[in-house]
Design a protein around this ligand. Structure first.
Ligand SMILES: C[S@@+](CC[C@H](N)C(=O)[O-])C[C@H]1O[C@@H](n2cnc3c(N)ncnc32)[C@H](O)[C@@H]1O
Length: 243
């Protein structure tokens, strides 16, 4: 995975590029709305811990991520956070939490149906009755006929980034290819593949794992779904329907 995404090769660059992200605040508002008494939170696919750092001001938090490099970075830059390496398809922390989050499209990096089902079983394993699940994931593909070039300010100076998207309906994989040309003359390429799950598919996976969807909202956290990104908020209602 590290080889596919410039950000995973350079976690500091990822953090710098996400400076304006409001996903932790959107998530906190959703938790406040649906589970104001929550105290304990687990973040699956926490990356560098950037959201966890914000959420840890309100909740006792644990983060899990697949990539050792990102977890090592989180330990170095955010030493107060409890972050560990783990695969959300099978990790077991031997505890439940009031809130489970999976933000920044982390679920979309699990491409196959069996893997997705396994992730939802992981969520169920860490849930008690009324545990709130908040997932931010693509619910529709980004489809653009023409590549787009944008200027970005990065930790390595300004860069022009040419971005193309491809959409494979059979696999529901949305591929983003980027060609980075930094003003320094350095270049980088990356290819990011994300599995798109429609709202009804997310609802089905959640329901099979014993969660009931209480809300779908757009990326702002308040509007009606328009795609491509969405938050799904679900509540654990007890026994898994897959059992
Ligand atoms: C785009 S990043 C988002 C990170 C973080 N949630 C954020 O919003 O900054 C996706 C993350 O999902 C993690 N990831 C992908 N598959 C995973 C898996 N099976 N188990 C745990 N983490 C995974 C990647 O390592 C990566 O850190």
């Amino acid at each position: 995975m590290e080889e596919t995404n410039v950000f995973y090769r350079d976690p500091a660059l990822y953090d710098a590029m996400q400076e304006d992200s409001d996903s932790a605040e959107v998530c906190r508002a959703l938790i406040e709305r649906h589970h104001p008494q929550a105290t304990m939170l687990i973040d699956f696919g926490c990356g560098t811990g950037r959201d966890l750092e914000v959420l840890a001001k309100t909740y006792t938090c644990v983060g899990v991520d697949l990539q050792t490099r990102l977890v090592d970075y989180a330990h170095r830059v955010r030493p107060d956070l409890a972050v560990r390496v783990g695969d959300m398809r099978n990790v077991c922390l031997d505890r439940t939490a009031d809130v489970l989050v999976c933000l920044g499209n982390s679920l979309a990096y699990v491409h196959d149906n069996s893997g997705i089902r396994a992730v939802f079983r992981t969520f169920a394993r860490h849930a008690h009755t009324d545990t709130l699940l908040v997932i931010c994931s693509p619910v529709a593909p980004i489809v653009r006929e023409q590549p787009q070039t944008v200027r970005m300010r990065t930790a390595h100076g300004p860069a022009s980034v040419a971005i193309r998207y491809a959409w494979d309906l059979e696999t529901q994989i949305n591929t983003m290819q980027r060609h980075w040309v930094f003003d320094s003359g350095d270049e980088a390429h990356d290819v990011i593949r994300r599995r798109v799950l429609g709202p009804r598919e997310l609802e089905l996976h959640a329901s099979l794992a014993g969660f009931e969807v209480v809300e779908f909202v757009d990326e702002s956290g308040s509007g009606r779904l328009a795609g491509p990104g969405a938050y799904v908020v679900a509540r654990h209602i007890g026994r898994s329907r897959a059992d």
